[in-house]
Every structure is written in C-alpha cells, then in structure tokens.
Design a protein around this ligand. Sequence first.
Ligand code: ES4
Ligand code: ZN
Length: 321
Amino acid sequence: MSPLPKAELHLHIEGTLEPELAFELAHRNGVDLPYADPDQLRAAYAFSDLQSFLDLYYQLMDVLRTEDDFTALAEAYLARAAREGVRHAEIFFDPQAHTSRGVELDAVVRGLRRALDASMERHGISTKLIMCFLRDLPQESALSTFEACRPYFGTAIAGVGLDSAEVGNPASKFADVYRLAREAGLHLVAHAGEEGGPDYVWEALDVLGVERIDHGIRAIEDPKLVERLVTDRIPLTVCPFSNVRLRCVDTLAEHPLPAMLAAGLQVTLNSDDPAYFGGYVDENFVGVRDALGLSDEQLRLLARNSFDASFLEDDEERRAE
Ligand code: ES4
Ligand code: ZN
C-alpha cells in the first residue's frame, strides 16, 4: 500500500542520525566512537527511559561538526521522508547541544537550511524549522541561545520548542523566553506529558501558551485537561514507537492512542527520533494499525490532522494535501 500523504510535526533532526552516517561522519571528522561498527552501535539502542536515550543521543551527535554534516543529515532525512509519504515537515533542532560542543550556530542553521531550502524541488516536501530549548539547562542558557538565533527568526526559524529531560524541569522554568518568542512572532510548541504527568501539560498551556503539545500522552489521565485540549483544539504530536522504546508505554497494543482519538483530541502521528526508535513515520502508521486495529478511516483522520495541525497557511496546506 502506498503511504498516505502526511505532514510530520514531531521530528528531531539529530534523531535521524543513522549509525552508518554516524560512522561516516566520525571517520571524516576524526571522532572516536566507542563502538566497533554500525551494528554494534545499533545493538546499544535498548533504552530504559528517556534519560538513557538522551545520554546516547547527545554522545552520538558529537560526530556532527561542519555545515556540510548538517546538510547531509537533513538531506538523508528528507529523502527517506519522501518515501514515507511526507509532504510537509516541521523539524526540531537543538542549538544548545551543538554550541555547547564548540560548533558554531551559523554552521548548524545554514547547514540544515541548505537541505531544507532544496527540499520542495528535490523531494516535494515543504519545511519549517523549530529551535528547541534544552529544559535540563537553566533558562539563562535558553535566553542567550534565543538571542543568538534572532537573525534567523521568521525566515530560517519559524518557532520554538522545549525538549530533553522533562521530569523536574517544568514549563514554567521557561516563561520568560517563551514570552519573548511570542513577542518575536514565532510559533510556540513544547514537549509535555511524555514522562511527566498532566501538570506538565497544564503549565505548557497556561504558562507558555503553546499552540501544540508534543507527546501529551499522559493528558488522558486528567479529564479536565482532555476537555481543555478538545475545546481549544490543541493538537498533540504523538510518537508511538518512541513511547514504547522509552518505556513510557509497555507495548504498542497498550498505547493510549485509541482512547485519545475517542476523546476527540486532535492527534497526529510522528516518528520523534526515527534512527533510534525502530521506524520512520509510515512505520508508526503501519505499527498502530496492526497493533491497535485502527481503521482506514482513523488512519486517514490522523493524516488529515497532520496538515490541519501544521503551521502551513491554508493555501499552502491545500497544495500539500
Ligand atoms: C526527545 Cl523523545 C524526546 N523527548 C524529549 N526530548 C527529546 N529530544 C530528542 N528526543
Ligand atoms: Zn520529541
């Protein structure tokens, strides 16, 4: 079956780094990886929680050093995404994870943008770039990163997000930088309710004023929160393979996706960090269909939601669908 046309709204570009490309870049840049080959690296992808994944994710991205490396990374993702039916991608990156290792911000943004700017013509995929703040770092670091990225706002960078270790780092820690991002006219999203409970989602809504919630699977535990998300039509970018691999959900068959759909939430399906979690976005569609018995109608709704929940303008959206 050919994949449904869809938008991908929750995708960390650093999480698309496949072991083969990691080894190629390590060799090119003279970086020593503590693994013999790509297969041995892949064998280390057995995670016990979000933090155990993040430790490897931050370690492996040390192979990304030059503008060309970032172009190669994004180009590989876009080529793969095109085969998955992706027509529009809103792509996260973690500026602090690179500048903290001495990689220039300009190399990261220009490298990514080079691939993104060629994407419509090459792959038929429109794109937007969203910078994420690492929530385990202090807000001061987010604020200086935000100011360093200001020259890119509106053109190269369309929005801000919040990722990394959730529990103990609530959204309210980032109230000031989100206020500035709103004043700068940027789109606002945040990871919430992945490992953290409903309170983390409430804060993302009430303190940060986000337009979308990334993950949000634990929102289903709080009926008042579900009511709020439904009433305000706040989209949730759900990533089923990620939730299973990071042990937020025991098995795909136990994923709360059907309950979320039944509650009337505007759910979308996404791959999060596909190189680490066992599949790209269409594998997530096929996975939930097989494990949860989703109907063709439900799968079409999920694909349609992805365009509705995107930051595409109405006229752009019709072209992508
Ligand atoms: C992430 Cl799955 C996930 N959760 C939070 N932060 C992240 N950064 C990259 N992947
Ligand atoms: Zn994520």
